[in-house]
Design a protein around this ligand. Sequence first.
Ligand SMILES: [Zn+2]
Length: 674
Amino acid sequence: MTDIISASEKIAHIRKEIERHNHLYYVEAKPELSDYDFDKLLEKLIALERQFPDLVTPDSPSQRVGGTITRVFPTVQHREPMLSLSNTYSLGDLEEFYNRVRKLLLLEGVHEQDMVAELKFDGVAISLLYRKGILVRGATRGDGVQGDDITANIKTIPSIPLRLPDLGSLFALGEESEVEVRGEVFMRKEDFEQLNESRPEEDRFANPRNATAGSLKLQDSREVARRKMSFVAYYLKGYDDDAASQFQRLRQLEQLGFYTGGHYRLCHELPDISRFIQEWDEKRWKLPYETDGVVLKLNDARQWAKLGATAKSPRWAIAYKYPAQQAKTVLHAVVFQVGRLGTITPVAELEPVLLAGSTVSRSTLHNFDEIERLGVMLHDRVIIEKSGEVIPKVISVVLDERPLDAEVVRVPLVCPECGTHLEKPEGEVSYYCPNEDDCPAQIRGRLLHFASRDAMDIKTLGKALVDQLVDLKLVGDVGDLYLLQEPQLEMLERMGRKSAQNLVRALDESREKSYERLLYALGIRHVGQATARELASAYPSFSLLRLATEEELATVPDIGPVVARSICDFFSKPSLPDFIDKLERAGLPLCASDPKEQVNRNFEGISVLFTGGLERHDRQKASELVLERGGRVVGSVSKKTSLVVAGREPGSKLDKALKLGVKVVTEDEFEAML
Ligand SMILES: [Zn+2]
């Protein structure tokens, strides 16, 4: 019993530390601990909780790493409808809104009209429900009346407190107490860029908002935890509702451990509001996240209900959106890039122009449908825009200024890299170069992807070197890399003996990379890091994966029919057997090195209690063996306990087990069961 008591104290202590560091890092942005030390702390907690599963609680920080798979998100009712705000782009509309609120307030005999101005985060609105201070539900806005219950995914977001602090006099955590917090889940620019880098080019998200919306809907919460999302809170209900101003409530949210962004201001007059809007129009580009406007709310929350709402939006609040940043420039040329999957992308070469704080000289035109839609011609004056998207895009042509030498942008008939006739598969918007095996652009793209940081991480294999290797036909696929010899490499431009040795060593080291990395590095269409991870755990070797049918693949979490089809296509290419042979001879990891999946799961559903000293393994190792096989380890005996393992000098738990009729085995018998 003392074991479990001291463990429970230890666990409580570590949890407190973790939440404190989480708050310092994600809310206050003043970390005290390195990422490494933080991970160590979390690992320690997870190990302890594994040993004492009875001590796991829903508010433990270990819940943040995810692990649950949800097939269908249940629908839940919102306690009060989640209305969306009406939007405006004009300061005139804003003034109208302000005057309308004043009239309505005067009807109520209220003369004071303070407004709170908050930055508008471009994210996904959610509602959090805390019962007795513990987070019990996280739901999407849905249609405003009912949304999806995505609690497991929500818990992985570090800036969302899993438990509210008990602030004593302010708030008594009664049996029935329910607190609702609403806000926006969003992705910081840096986290968004990192996420996109880890994905196949064809599956990148257009902007942080899309990435957030997509991530919240994932079925595997472990994957959600890797997506690094943040939460900003702006609504509080059920907690000290006497605090009747929005300004006070924002402060209270901060006291409760939520992130509010901090950039809100109490405005007494209309000019204060305009000033706030102007100020942030400039400053917002320096923020680590994207904001697309300012939200204004009547500060006196007691008046909200009286002012009420129209069918869609409340009358006491409005969102002002900044007009997108635009610039006019000249389209000099359109060049065609060939991606590693053969996709032809038209890219606009522009007269360099300053836009939203940076110089822009190129912009993607996506595909030929887009060129047609815009009606853009060479030498045209075009308007480019930067709004939610990170990359600026051409949005329109200034037809009045079309020059006499304007020329139609022609679809190339052949691949600019290899001369093969281009194809446009039915139902798709892009043209492809079908010369998969020999198109130099595609080979280069595959090699660079293979060597990239999240793939095999071969730093010495850069663009200049890849160009030479492909031009000289020294390398035709990634398997050929491992046949390269130092003397051959030394003869290349800018290579020398030292660089040649470095490359050979780097290739050598890459053999030690994991099987799931290799799966990602092969660059199968639609297979990003996350999909590669799922595939590696469902099919721990290449030989198993090759045999999988489309239907089987589609049952793996987060793999849809399109991805399943593309994996099957990859494995049914006629050149594949030779390619796999080459990879095998190169000594690349064609199966998982730690094939956990192959351990039998014969303890599934069985709870085991250890008592007394063990001879063969220590307590921790024995617990791990049970966990690996799908069982649970418990700290106390009850009728529900399936098995008691009695070691040397067993304690009172053995007597209790015998009394309750629980099955008791010796350590040797346990070993045999394993
Ligand atoms: Zn080609």
